[in-house]
Ligand binder design. Structure first.
Ligand code: ZN
Length: 298
């Protein structure tokens, strides 16, 4: 596998594939940045390849060349940048599944962020899942199984995509020449997120957020912080993750539980308001959060 921490889950899938027990509906659940999409792409390539070895594509056959050119006619991908995957998207999936395969072999559909399916879309997909045709495979990814209907969940084989050995992820991050930031250990389940930050030259910004989080309770001027987090929900979530981790440390070192809960509630409220309320007065929200955290210690 391209990412070493995915070997475990790939081995399990290979075992079921080699034993002829590979389910036609595969659901992959895991955090953003753990590598679900890469895993699913490799599986799709292997399922379409004419000479796969242990569920790994050969890389040389006609199907593999088509996949490398992203033009394989027997592969169909659904993904959305928006809020939802609609019923029309899923009808296209059903149509695609029903047509015969161009390469006379398997056909594969990938649906990313499948928890974004509307109820109607999920119902439409259910039919495809309930009446599997031979040589048809559905590979679904999500980071929120709780948002999926039980009917979909019960008809898929679920794999949890995780970093089991955090050392492996830390080594992988280290070989990207990422500095040894103290906060890296919070992202061992999301190595590709760290890689993206490095690629986008965002690591220093994240490090600044870490420092702001450390100093928030002492601070009175938050304009630099507000500049960084305004209009960027990911940064707001990262900032609040840093604060939340600090609170956990304080709980371990003697903060009483009521104060801890009050502080975590204040934080959760801050995240919800600042990521969802359009035109929120962010400087005020940050000051209020700092005030509430400062006063959470009785
Ligand atoms: Zn091949």
């Amino acid at each position: 596998m391209i990412y070493p921490w995915l070997n475990d889950v790939h081995q399990q899938l290979t075992a079921s594939f080699n034993a002829g027990r590979f389910h036609h509906g595969q659901l992959f659940n895991g955090q953003q940045g753990v590598g679900k999409h890469a895993l699913v792409e490799e599986l799709a390539n292997a399922l379409l390849c004419s000479a796969p070895q242990n569920l790994v594509a050969c890389g040389h056959c006609k199907s593999c060349h088509l996949n490398q050119a992203v033009t394989h006619p027997d592969k169909y991908t659904v993904q959305t940048d928006g809020q939802s995957i609609g019923v029309d998207d899923i009808r296209s999936v059903s149509d695609f599944m029903q047509q015969s395969a161009a390469q006379n072999a398997n056909k594969v559909v990938v649906i990313n962020d499948c928890h974004k399916m509307t109820t109607a879309a999920a119902n439409a997909l259910l039919k495809t899942l309930e009446e599997p045709s031979p040589q048809r495979f559905l590979l679904l990814t999500t980071n929120a199984t709780a948002q999926l209907p039980a009917t979909i969940l019960s008809r898929c084989a679920l794999s949890e995509v995780k970093v089991h050995n955090t050392e492996v992820a830390m080594q992988w991050i280290a070989q990207l020449n990422v500095p040894a930031y103290p906060w890296l250990k919070l992202f061992t389940q999301q190595p590709l997120l760290v890689a993206r930050w490095q690629q986008d030259e965002q690591l220093e910004v994240i490090d600044q957020l870490y420092k702001f989080a450390t100093e928030l309770k002492q601070g009175h001027n938050f304009s630099a912080l507000v500049d960084i987090i305004s209009k960027d929900n990911e940064r707001i979530r990262v900032f609040s993750l840093f604060l939340s981790e600090q609170l956990k440390q304080q709980l371990i070192t003697g903060m009483d539980f009521d104060s801890y809960q009050n502080a975590q509630n204040a934080l959760a409220e801050f995240v919800q308001n600042s990521t969802q309320i359009l035109g929120l007065n962010l400087p005020l929200a940050v000051s209020r959060l700092a005030y509430r955290l400062r006063n959470s210690h009785k």
